[in-house]
Design a protein. Sequence first.
Length: 464
Amino acid sequence: MLNLIVASVQAILQVMTVVTFGFVLAKAGYFNMDKQKWLSKLNLMYFTPCLLFSNVASIISFEKLIAFWPIPVFYYTFSLIFYVSTQVSTRMLGLNPGYRRFVLACVMFQNTNSLPLATISSLAVSEAAKILFWNTEDTPEAVAARGISYTLFFAIFGNILRWSYGYQLLQKRAGDDGYQNDEEQQQQQQQRDAYLTIPSNYSEDQLHSSTSSSSLSSSSEETAAGLQVPSMPDRRLSSMTLTATPREEDQDPFKTQQANETTALLPKSNSNSSNGVRTLIKRAALRFHSFMTPPLYAAMLALIVGLSPLKQVLYDKQSFLYPSFTKAIETCGKAAVPIILSCLGAQLASISESQHATPAMRKPVTAAVVIRMVMTPFLVTPLVVLFVKYGAPYSILATDPVFIVMMIVLGCTPTAINLVQISQVNGIFEEEMLRMLFWSYGIVCVPVVTMTVFLALNVVDRLL
């Protein structure tokens, strides 16, 4: 038991040491908020894509896709369970849609890199390594190598979903107040509806008259009444303009008749159809690009390289490109995690100087910590136990103690640290995410991860 506690503490301290450096730099005045945001954006655009490309392309292959098929099954099964449990829990707590997205992102996307890798590396050189031996010829080095391989393969699917769906969850949405509390959101929505609603029996003259009079007297009336009308997003303004146009045309019979009498005098040329196809392709490309992120582009490119002959060109140590190009990308990728942890420490320094969390903020943060750190072991462990009992005829991984331990650990780790990077770049849920990570890594992580590892080793010891 003592070895497990030491291994867990070492894994956490590896993360917290770098966080502390960022905290000290911010306190010393070298790392203000503008520099943090600039560095987070640079990391998102450059270093993180390099990290994903080097990790995914070097690990993925058709052979591993076939042999490691339980890993994506476990990942997406875990994600589905986390999604359902979070949606049920947040609705029972009465959180607004913005905070439901925040909690969902915190629960669905766990740490799949630094903490699990440090944990398996520590376990491999501890007394617990004997429990993880697959056969009599197994070694601590082989245990660590298999654990790292399983972790990185699991992280491939986590990164793809995190930088696509997770990035969308942590974006500001039109008409969504995001991190405001429910009472403020309901009050502003009522004000917005009252401002936008136009009775259907208004004539065009009344509409123009009321619009003109309201525009002339809006300044004095709002000052006197103390009413602040919330600003409308551009999308809402455009939809309001479009819906008003048919109403005006219906009021003018001459315009309607003229529009109905307009007919094409010449047949449509082929250029029109080609322009239409080109427009559709352009719209589809723009839609696809709006969903994508630089790390996701890097992951897709890595899949193409890893599953094609290009992998031999880039990752053969005897090739010309490996020492010059591939190693350069790997070197840049190694900077991503330290930058994320340093920014996290700097942001914790900023938050330590701010006021205490409001009740509206405390509720979703508490929900995210409890669901992610307390509930997930009870959801993950039974699935892994079922795989150990009944999965051996379908996959040899069901008999590997390292695989069993890593699936339990990977399902129960704290929230992914790079979510704070996404929040900072998008300018939403920044303080909530910092408080969530502070409680997850600084307070809850050591006892929970220790108990999780202890539970996983007991499952292996009893069932294998």
